[in-house]
Ligand binder design. Structure first.
Ligand code: FAD
Ligand code: DLZ
Ligand code: SF4
Length: 510
């Protein structure tokens, strides 16, 4: 019989490694919509719709290219509901002689696949995912023997390896990193070009209908659904980004503006993560924009760093640190996730606004995820497992390999600083500087304590004070700790009391 090649919902690339040595006449491709994947967390409705629609479009393209595709739909009465069950069923159905699959993005699925080797009646080959630029063995080698695993050093190696923005062995422009140019707050007349919106076709319509019915208790709205669901649309989205928004990408990377949900961000992560866009190709095209004088170096360098730097580094760290990372709670944080992460029902305008765009778009941009939603979770001491589950649910681009290191490492410091050199803790002043949120808020960002004060202000000191044992030795926190110790005791007590009052109000159910 033929070889069975299962292709998972985030492996929608025609050059996926599992197909590289296959010929159509000797191969059956298996694609499976399964209950286990759609509900292992209660994903945002738009995330499910994106993946299922993209899977259906990709299956069609594979058929048109001459492949045999066995496509199991969610509503197929025989559907066993899991990858393992469906692969077993397909082995019998097609009398296959072996299974060949590209490694999955998530630990959970990797464990299941390892089990296939013993439980299935045929040989199982698991191949590396070559869509990532840094193979995992190379990452582990880079990490071995290093005391500190800093992204910046990894990034420079990736620049050398890919040759992106390199002038021989030197970085273009004489510097590796132009972040200093990338710190502008919002300016009054900031009017970013609108994103191309993709109208649902018939395939997407059918999926949207099914998702609305079947997953109606899941978080999130479907009303704005406009994600690219196939390669051609993803390429259109990519080209629009390169032309309209990349030139300003760096400058406003950290800005937040009420009602401007995408600003100059790429909004390409959902398409990249399921395989509709190749990350290296995307970076080469961004580099071309600079070479041809259409985008400044600082913007292009910033964008490329996010992809060959952060994205690859985060993925390496996931596989390096799992499974412990999922349980990590280095700052002993145990507060339950407040309801307003779902409802947006809070007086804190910054949080309400970030939850709104998350609900409407299954998207929030990086600085909203990091400095508003994440910063609050850190300061308030929310339980890392609850926070991680929330992030995995609500964003269309969320897979555990990328979500978990960002949550446990980058925002919550639950990994005790393996990933980030210091916690990204910030008071209201930071949010005020980078956004227009505070002017629209019922709280006063300038007020430090008391019921009308911005809660981030007292929470910031409460966070530092309660974690003094863990954090006071951090070189980069020396200054805030010195300020705290210099404060008179009444002032400190006021901060603590104000923060506790606020934190206690979080646990009161309405
Ligand atoms: P842009 O700002 O335009 O950046 C370009 C690209 O760089 C992104 O498409 C993405 O592929 C990559 N990138 C940038 N930052 C990161 C990063 N920290 N880690 C990995 N890739 C990065 N990204 C996800 O793809 N999935 C997630 O589940 C996810 N969860 C996150 C959780 C937290 C707490 C934080 C702080 C960040 C998370 N990110 C995640 C990273 C980043 O916020 C998103 O990649 C980005 O907002 C996607 O939007 P964009 O395409 O407009 O990105
Ligand atoms: C996220 C997701 C969802 C919601 N549904 C499916 C599905 O029905 N079939 C499928 O193959 N993949 C789905 N996915 C993506 C998988 O969860 C993802 O491939 C694994 O987590 C491995 O990274
Ligand atoms: Fe957020 Fe505080 Fe600003 Fe209100 S005042 S928007 S709570 S940072």
């Amino acid at each position: 019989g033929p070889v069975l090649v299962p292709i998972l919902g985030d492996q929608l690339s025609p050059d996926i490694s599992s197909l590289a040595d296959r010929k159509p006449d000797d191969t059956v491709i298996l694609m499976m919509e399964v209950a286990e994947e759609t509900t292992y967390v209660l994903h945002h409705k738009a995330k499910i719709a994106l993946i299922l629609s993209a899977m259906r479009h990709f299956a069609k393209e594979l058929c048109e290219a001459g492949w045999t595709v066995d496509y199991v739909r969610l509503d197929d009465p025989e559907n066993t509901g899991s990858f393992t069950g469906e692969v077993a069923r397909a082995i019998a159905r097609h009398d296959v002689r072996g299974v060949q699959v590209t490694e999955p993005g998530e630990w959970r699925v990797r464990q299941a696949m390892e089990q296939w080797r013993t439980d299935l009646p045929v040989r199982v080959r698991i191949l590396p995912d070559t869509r990532f630029i840094c193979p995992l063995p190379d990452f582990f080698e880079w990490a071995a023997g290093r005391r500190e695993l800093r992204m910046e050093w990894f990034y420079r190696e990736m620049r050398r390896k890919t040759g992106l923005l390199m002038d021989g062995d030197k970085p273009m422009g004489g510097r590796w990193n132009f972040d200093a140019e990338n710190r502008r707050g919002p300016e009054k007349s900031l009017a970013p070009p609108v994103l191309p919106a993709f109208k649902p076709d018939e395939v997407t319509h059918e999926v949207l209908q099914m998702v609305a019915e079947r997953f109606d208790r899941h978080f999130g709205s479907l009303g704005n659904f406009a994600w690219p669901v196939c390669r051609a649309e993803a390429e259109q989205a990519r080209d629009a980004f390169l032309k309209d928004r990349l030139p300003m990408f760096g400058r406003y990377q950290d800005a937040m503006v009420t009602g401007q949900d995408f600003l100059f961000h790429a909004a390409l992560s959902p398409a990249i993560n399921i395989g509709l866009l190749d990350p290296l190709d995307l970076c080469r095209r961004a580099e071309m924009e600079w070479r041809e004088g259409r985008a400044p170096l600082e913007a292009v360098e910033g964008f490329i760093r996010q992809i060959i730097g952060w994205r690859e580094y985060i993925r390496g760290m996931y596989w390096l640190e799992m499974p412990a990372l999922a349980e990590a709670n280095g700052l002993d944080a145990h507060r339950p996730l407040p309801d307003f992460y779902w409802t947006g029902d809070t007086q804190m305008h910054c949080i309400a606004e970030c939850v709104r765009t998350t609900r409407d778009n299954a998207y929030a941009h990086h600085i909203q995820r990091l400095m508003v939603l994440g910063n609050f979770a850190l300061l308030a001491g929310l339980d890392p497992r609850e926070v991680a589950e929330w992030y995995l649910i609500v964003f269309a681009d969320a897979y555990e390999w990328v979500e978990l290191p960002n949550v446990a490492g980058m925002i919550l410091h639950a990994d005790k600083g393996r990933l980030a050199s210091k916690p990204y803790a910030a008071s209201g002043a930071y949010i005020d500087r980078m956004s227009d949120y505070c002017g629209k808020c019922t709280y006063d960002v300038k007020q430090k304590t008391g019921p009308g004060a911005c809660p981030f202000n007292a929470l910031y000191w409460h966070f530092l004070a309660r974690n003094e044992n863990h954090l006071s030795s951090y070189h980069r926190l020396a200054q805030p700790y010195a300020t705290w110790r210099r404060m008179d005791e009444d002032r400190r007590d006021e901060y603590i009391a104000s923060a506790e009052l606020f934190l206690n109000s979080l646990s009161q159910k309405p």
